[in-house]
Write a protein that binds this ligand. Structure first.
Ligand SMILES: [Mn+2]
Length: 336
């Protein structure tokens, strides 16, 4: 399934793609500052709408559960931390040099949501087969209306359509990915529905889903959290979806012959954190999150042989010059 796009001058192409995106959103900032008026002008909104429409078609044609083959790098929450995303690509490799699977939450919280989602969508458009984007809970209108994305859009663009165009694209994003038949990935976590069904049910979720109902399989995949003190499923203190215990992870893995579940959705101090006897790992890829945490970010590398390792991005404080480290932990998941 995973096909690496071949090109002789990939780096040049990539730089051009990102520069175009940046110049488009930068021009919106500049023009807004200069004119600060309601008049209709070319603020880049039309170009972003076109980008969204094209990406929407790509996403719509993907299966609801992506099935891919390692090697791949799995990335957690980004939350508008554009410069950290650039740092991540610089360290791990610019697409399409390596395969990427992102686990959602591209926007909100950070200051550069539009730049972040635009760059990711531009790369998705150029390299759709080895640059894969799952949906996070922030890629839903009830959330991104409140946590920054909507305000970014209305402040910088005069086109009222733009916000809803983004929601249309988000409603088409796949919710899960299965790597080499052994590693299941999603943004949030497990659902009680997975106790009584095998994971093929994940392929049957119907799109578009603008705002997933609570409760539902879709909302659990986007919102649920592991909790070591829980057995089975319990109400989540977030007020949405549920929490699940290590026993649920063991059951779902055993039933579906899975080695590992990879999810994002929670800040973890080292950028990654294991749960349930290393059957589940949380990945978070926004270092120094919101400027309020001193967490590192991590990217999970899964080799062709299903050896998992973590690339760590340290927060960039002046007193801590170290920006990355060697892979810290190796866990071998053998294919049977
Ligand atoms: Mn989240």
């Amino acid at each position: 399934m995973m096909i690496i796009t071949k090109s002789s001058d990939l780096k040049v192409e990539q730089r051009e793609a990102s520069r175009r995106t940046i110049s488009c959103v930068a021009s919106s900032r500049h023009k807004h500052d200069r004119q600060n008026s309601q008049s209709v002008h070319d603020d880049g909104a039309e170009e972003l709408i076109n980008l969204n429409l094209l990406v929407g078609i790509k996403l719509k044609n993907e299966p609801m559960m992506l099935e891919l083959t390692a090697p791949v790098y799995v990335t957690g929450d980004i939350h508008g931390q554009f410069s950290d995303l650039i740092r991540l690509f610089s360290i791990v490799g610019w697409p399409p040099k390596v395969n990427y699977l992102f686990l959602g939450d591209y926007i909100d919280r950070g200051n550069w949501s539009i730049e972040t989602i635009s760059l990711l969508f531009a790369i998705k458009l150029k390299y759709p087969l080895n640059f894969l984007l799952l949906r996070g809970n922030h890629e839903t209108p009830t959330v991104n209306r409140i946590y920054g994305f909507y305000e970014d859009i209305v402040r910088r663009f005069s086109n009222p359509r733009l916000f809803m165009v983004y929601q249309d694209v988000f409603s088409m994003m796949p919710l899960t990915a299965l790597v080499s038949e052994r590693i299941l990935c999603m943004h949030g976590g497990l659902s009680p529905i997975l106790l009584n069904n095998d994971i093929s049910i994940l392929k049957q979720i119907i799109r578009p889903i603008v705002d997933p109902p609570n409760p539902s399989l879709a909302i659990d995949l986007l919102w649920s959290d592991p909790d070591a003190h829980v057995q089975g499923f319990k109400t989540n203190i977030r007020g949405v979806s549920c929490t699940f215990g290590p026993d649920c992870v063991a059951t779902v893995c055993e039933k579906n012959k899975l080695d590992l579940i990879v999810r994002a959705h929670q800040v973890v101090q080292d950028g990654y954190e294991f749960f349930a006897n290393q059957k589940l790992v949380t990945i978070f890829s926004a270092p120094h999150y919101c400027g309020q945490f001193d967490n590192a970010a991590a990217i999970l590398g899964i080799s062709k042989e299903l050896v998992c390792s973590f690339q760590i991005l340290r927060p960039q404080f002046p007193e801590r010059a170290k920006t990355t480290s060697e892979p810290t932990q190796l866990t071998v998941y053998k294919k049977l």
